[in-house]
Design a protein around this ligand. Structure first.
Ligand SMILES: NC(=O)c1ccc[n+]([C@@H]2O[C@H](COP(=O)([O-])OP(=O)(O)OC[C@H]3O[C@@H](n4cnc5c(N)ncnc54)[C@H](OP(=O)(O)O)[C@@H]3O)[C@@H](O)[C@H]2O)c1
Length: 264
């Protein structure tokens, strides 16, 4: 299939938000499939969380190279990102790399209030800096600096149903996800040789999910998330296994959005 990713080839893989939750599981599960010479670049703010993810990868395969970078993505800066990638590329053996992958996974749920109460522009700016602008800048640096060393680029945007379907109290979160999803669809249009996937992971039991249950203004939203938690909530392993299966099969068009529940 045109979009399939062969994880047995040497790859360099960037994962944002790799210190816990879905990002950590992408890293650990991917390490079970990868060529031994592959390189992981793990990014988040928590050094402890990144170290734990690295330990879990090395328990799967000691020969994989894992580099961790403590970075606050809510302060995006193109010069910082360019320097970061230059440092990375000067410190790893890039010969023979066949795939360059980036998982835009880091995210925050934003302010969980009804729209009329979302009047603090500082929190809007912080939200969009992290959830949209950092992904835009990092992606540009990824495309420009990794294209010369990896014949096939793969961009995975972790999106959400809340970006396509209006959800109480999630206008900040959902509008950011909607903007980000369209951004990556345009990338797919402009760069047909890059494999682009927008993956919507379903409801997954992570800290973000718990934050909605504890912090939302709407009791209706809290109740519905509590009910999902007690019934159909997914583990990070379940959703990541589906994501990796979709990438391996490659039976999608570049730029598509695929939800966990779209595939058996
Ligand atoms: N859980 C769900 O039900 C669900 C559903 C749909 C979509 N998603 C999406 O899945 C992705 C992962 O979420 P999750 O559920 O795994 O949440 P999570 O467990 O809270 O993980 C969020 C990750 O983002 C990182 N992050 C947050 N703020 C950051 C910052 N300022 N700079 C750098 N990294 C930052 C966190 O690391 P640090 O705190 O160490 O920085 C962490 O690694 C998000 O994009 C989310 O929108 C989740």
């Amino acid at each position: 299939m045109a979009c399939s990713v062969n994880f047995s080839k040497k790859s360099i893989i960037f994962i944002t938000g790799a210190s816990k939750g879905i990002g950590r599981t992408i890293a650990v599960e991917l390490s079970r499939h990868l060529d031994q010479n592959s390189v992981f670049i793990l990014i988040a703010r928590s050094e402890k969380g990144l170290d734990e993810t690295k330990t879990q990868i090395l328990m799967v395969d000691k020969s994989i190279t894992v580099q961790t970078y403590v970075l606050d993505l809510s302060k995006p800066d193109i010069n910082d990102y360019n320097k970061l990638f230059q440092n990375i590329l000067s410190s790893v053996d890039t010969s023979g790399i066949e795939f360059g992958l980036i998982f835009h996974n880091a995210g925050h749920v934003g302010t969980l209030k009804q729209t009329a109460d979302l009047t603090d522009l500082t929190t809007w700016h912080e939200y969009y800096d992290l959830n949209l602008f950092s992904a835009v800048l990092l992606n540009s640096v990824f495309v420009k600096q990794i294209r010369p060393i990896a014949p096939q680029l793969v961009v995975v945007n972790i999106t959400s149903l809340c970006g396509r379907s209006p959800t109480l109290n999630l206008s900040m979160y959902g509008s950011g996800k909607a903007a980000r999803e369209l951004f990556f669809k345009v990338l797919a249009l402009e760069e047909p040789k890059i494999i682009v996937l927008n993956y919507s992971p379903g409801p997954v039991e992570t800290d973000m999910f718990e934050t909605i249950i504890t912090d939302a203004q709407s009791e209706v939203l809290k109740k519905s998330f509590r009910e999902v938690k007690e019934s159909t909530v997914l583990t990070t392993e379940q959703t990541v296994s589906k994501l990796l299966d979709i990438l391996e099969k490659g039976d999608f068009k570049t730029g598509d959005t695929i939800d966990y529940y779209d595939r058996n």
